[in-house]
Design a protein around this ligand. Structure first.
Ligand SMILES: NC(=O)c1ccc[n+]([C@@H]2O[C@H](COP(=O)([O-])OP(=O)(O)OC[C@H]3O[C@@H](n4cnc5c(N)ncnc54)[C@H](O)[C@@H]3O)[C@@H](O)[C@H]2O)c1
Ligand SMILES: N[C@@H](CCC=O)C(=O)O
Length: 543
């Protein structure tokens, strides 16, 4: 029984540890990396209370060292998708009726476990499984995931507090029910925090979940599941399965009790699923909620008044951190002719100092791309760009997949602002730069807006306030996250709610109250204290 209106701890962003040479956290993380490297895990699916091993195993290897075996995971098939749905449906009644503060406690405890004993474990898993260096793993798998859990609990209580007005003699109440049926979380490879956030924020609101991560993120997904179990998540609330996407989708999107999709991944996959859900709409008990955060072709737009060194630094970090595999990564840049020579000089100086290699060497700024398919796709774009006489590759362009999937950070300068690499999402360490005449700022803003179907992130660099205001207005719909004098990556939960519109998704802002609202179905209750007993209006017969 719960008697009390409880306040949850006010969330603060988890401090980012530095991993400086000689620091305690660096030593602990190094040990966690050694420990993880020294064994081969056997990773099951988690369905209901069971660890499910099918015997149909597939290997997991570090992208930067693909001959080293980290783990084998057990792949499932259609029967496991059915089992996961049944487990989610079976757990629903108890979970949805559990008082919210007990649900909240589980996720707050998970956050503290991640901030404490599991921090090196989940960072090491992300560094090895996804080839993310220590600094990038820390902001993702530790800090952002911890923030998602703590802030979402807080946002949940803000939602529950929102209640309607009541007139005299009446008490109106708003009840925040979970969605009917079960929900589905489909998560990408690139952020451990996103993989953890999508299923947990639905579960927090009282839903039960079938969760399918990208195969290339399973190594860290397994740690998330261990943390949730240790935090006390009851069996069947989140069911983690590994089966190929279309197999899973085919069963889930044909199920009468499918209640909602929480997706992050590529635009093409999202659009395909939306179409299937639309075609099947008559089969469902309710209209499923559909939330998808998808691709981007994120820009840096520079005004003639900008500082060249600031711009080159934003390119170095915005385009090449985590090998450009952030949906927010800068991949097209518009530089005025008066600044180009300086920006180019500083950028090439930076690139010469980049070290590329595995994640266990903390000096490497650049690591490997996620897998061979991504390697082939990205190098294919570079080769196509090389063949275009309007392009010049001024840095990088080489690659080697013999030990790991390494691609040099690549800078293409294009005389054609609509060349392929200016327009399409590449999702790798490649940026294309278009140098415009310094007096053509306004026309170039129009080009920025119309070049790509996406609208995820973008930056304006300028010292001129009029130019900043003009860009902010002209690019109103070009980005869901817009940055002034900063790189377009690195959104922080609670500070820059994240997501884009147009081809980049439904813009339901990860790590924000508006996102949690999608996972609840409101019931309005009106209670009348003195119920009328006469149908006549008070003065009906007094005329
Ligand atoms: N907007 C954002 O917030 C955001 C954040 C991270 C990544 N992304 C985007 O994600 C993409 C990179 O991630 P990815 O390569 O893992 O994306 P992806 O679309 O290939 O995969 C995402 C998930 O969908 C599954 N999947 C793939 N094809 C499927 C199908 N036909 N049916 C059902 N499921 C299917 C995958 O197995 C994976 O679990 C990029 O486009 C990037 O921009 C967007
Ligand atoms: N939220 C992250 C990007 C997530 C997508 O990959 C950022 O802001 O850089």
């Amino acid at each position: 029984m719960s008697n009390g209106f409880f306040d949850v701890p006010h969330p603060r962003n988890e401090p980012v540890l530095s991993y400086a040479p000689g620091s305690k956290e660096r030593a602990v993380l190094k040990r966690a990396l050694e420990d993880a490297r020294s064994k081969v895990l056997d990773i099951p699916m988690y369905i209901g209370g069971d660890e499910v091993r099918t015997g149909n195993t597939r290997p997991l290897t570090p992208p930067h060292d693909h001959k080293h075996l980290l783990a084998n995971f057990h792949e499932g098939d259609a029967t496991h998708v059915e089992q996961a749905i049944n487990a989610a449906m079976g757990a629903k009644a108890l979970w949805s009726e559990l008082s919210w503060e007990y649900r909240a406690s589980i996720f707050l405890r998970a956050a503290d476990l991640l901030a404490g004993p599991y921090r090196p474990v989940i960072n090491a898993a992300t560094m090895l499984g996804q080839s993310k260096n220590a600094y990038q793993a820390e902001i993702d798998s530790a800090c952002e995931l911890i923030d998602f859990l703590r802030f979402n609990v807080y946002f949940m209580t803000e939602i529950y507090r929102e209640q309607p007005a009541s007139s005299p003699g009446v008490w109106n109440r708003m009840e925040y029910r979970p969605l009917e049926g079960f929900t589905f979380a489909l998560t990408p490879f690139n952020f451990t925090a996103i993989a953890g956030n999508l299923p947990t924020c639905m579960a927090m609101m009282g839903n039960t979940v079938v969760w399918k991560p990208a195969y290339t993120q399973i190594y860290a997904a397994n740690v998330i599941m261990q943390v949730l179990k240790e935090a006390g998540l009851p069996d069947g609330v989140i069911n983690l399965i590994y089966a190929d996407g279309p197999t899973v989708g085919n069963i889930i999107f044909n199920h009468r009790d499918f209640g909602g999709l929480h997706f992050t991944g590529s635009t093409a996959v999202f659009q395909g699923m939306w179409k299937t859900i639309g075609q099947n709409i008559h089969k469902y008990k309710s209209y499923p909620r559909i939330v998808g955060e998808t691709g981007g072709k994120d820009f840096i737009m520079v005004h003639k008044s900008a500082n060249a060194k600031e711009v080159s630094t934003a390119i170095s970090r915005g385009a090449f951190e985590f090998q450009g595999q952030k949906c927010s990564a800068a991949s097209r840049c518009y530089i005025p002719s008066n600044l180009w020579e300086d920006v180019k000089k500083y950028l090439l100086e930076d690139l010469k100092t980049f070290k590329m290699g595995g994640t266990e060497d903390f000096g490497n700024f650049v690591n490997a791309v996620i897998d061979e398919k991504a390697f082939n796709s990205i190098t294919g774009y570079i080769e196509k760009a090389r063949q275009n006489p309007l392009n010049e590759i001024i840095a990088g362009g080489k690659s080697d997949k013999s030990k790991g999937y390494f691609i040099e950070p690549t800078v293409i300068v294009s005389k054609d602002p609509l060349s392929i690499t200016m327009c399409e999402e590449i999702f790798g360490p490649v940026i294309t730069i278009y140098v415009y005449h310094e007096e053509n700022f306004e026309q170039t803003l129009e080009l920025v807006d119309s070049t790509s179907p996406y609208a995820l992130t973008g930056s304006i660099f300028s010292k001129d306030r009029y130019a900043i205001e003009l860009a902010t207005k002209k690019l109103t719909n070009s980005a869901g996250n817009f940055y002034i004098n900063d790189k377009p990556t690195g959104a922080v939960v609670g500070q820059q709610p994240f997501g884009g519109a147009r081809g980049s998704g439904t813009n339901d802002k990860a790590g924000a109250k508006v996102n949690l609202l999608r996972w609840t179905s409101l019931r309005t209750i009106k209670e009348t204290f003195v119920t009328p007993t006469d149908y006549r209006y008070p003065f009906l017969d007094k005329e």
